[in-house]
Design a protein around this ligand. Structure first.
Ligand SMILES: O=C(O)CCC(=O)C(=O)O
Ligand SMILES: [Fe+2]
Length: 292
């Protein structure tokens, strides 16, 4: 069965039937990817110049924007272009939010807006440490930004102007990932969470949940045999298409592609239709204790 759940729309804010929304939430929570092949993010002609790796630092994988603070992190942006790039990312962020509001209305009361990112650098051939190497299958967990059990929901849009797809690999279901890697997770040192916070290495407390998810993330990426042999499928997201995925439980790897926009949201587990499917509750069930 395909892991893609098709959503037929060409509007960022459209009216979906209750049934369509329920099906979408069900699919998402089961670990499917909501695929919107006819929902492009439209650039204004004068924005095409941003489709160039020259704005991003070679080592950074993205340009990031925080809509709350209005801060755009773009080291190589010429001053006169800063505001226009910000406007483009803000427009994407608002449209991604409208999509979530219209397609997943049951989430809207609780969902929290995270960072917006723009990724103008070709993935294939990019050099990075294994932990940062997103061409290796992984579930998302962020070292500096503990999410303390909240779900990570991401909206992507492939804005490649040359018709180039974004190629992902998608691996085994989270329940299988956990069976394999939870036994390898080392214990969190007592006091380490407080120390990380005190050193400002984390923005909030790294809970046991965050510790386990980071370890799973790292161990998946470190295991080259696993990367090669685990059951997996290849997916090519067309340019002009958008997709929504909960990247904290869908094992994914981005193999090639250039120019994508991405909006991150955080969702409290209690806001899910079926909280038992969250990584937090799956891990709490297996470890028999509270992890946050
Ligand atoms: O840039 C991409 O296509 C996906 C990279 C990734 O692993 C992520 O955003 O979680
Ligand atoms: Fe990821």
């Amino acid at each position: 069965m395909s892991i893609l759940h098709l959503i037929d729309t060409n509007q960022w804010f459209s009216s979906f039937s209750v049934e369509k929304s329920e099906q979408a939430i069900h699919a998402l929570e089961q670990g499917h990817i909501l695929y919107l092949p006819t929902l492009p993010f439209q650039l204004f002609p004068e924005e095409n110049e941003f489709l160039s790796p020259s704005f991003a630092e070679p080592k950074a994988k993205n340009i990031s924007f925080n809509r709350h603070t209005q801060i755009l992190r773009c080291a190589k942006c010429p001053a006169e272009k800063y505001d226009r790039l910000k406007e483009m990312m803000q427009r994407f962020s608002i449209q991604a939010e409208q999509l979530v509001q219209s397609l997943l209305p049951a989430y809207t009361a609780e969902i929290q807006l995270g960072r917006t990112s723009f990724r103008p650098i070709e993935i294939a051939g990019r050099l990075s440490s294994y932990r940062k190497d997103d061409t290796r299958l992984h579930v998302d967990a962020f070292p500096a930004t503990p999410n303390q059990g909240r779900r990570i929901l991401r909206v992507f849009s492939n804005i490649n102007p040359h018709g180039k797809t974004r190629h992902w690999r998608v691996g085994e279901p989270f329940s299988e990932v956990v069976k394999r890697f939870l036994p390898q997770v080392s214990k969190q040192w007592r006091g380490s969470a407080a120390l990380l916070k005190w050193l400002k290495l984390t923005k909030s407390t790294r809970t046991t949940y965050d510790h386990i998810m980071l370890q799973i993330h790292d161990r998946m990426k470190a295991d080259l045999n696993y990367q090669k042999t685990v059951a997996q499928q290849s997916i090519h997201f067309a340019s002009g298409a958008s997709w929504i995925v909960q990247t904290d439980h869908v094992s994914h790897a981005a193999m090639s592609g250039q120019h994508v926009l991405e909006q991150t949201f955080y969702l409290p587990v209690a806001a899910m239709a079926n909280p038992a499917l969250s990584p937090l509750m799956v891990l709490e069930e297996l470890t028999g204790r509270s992890l946050t």
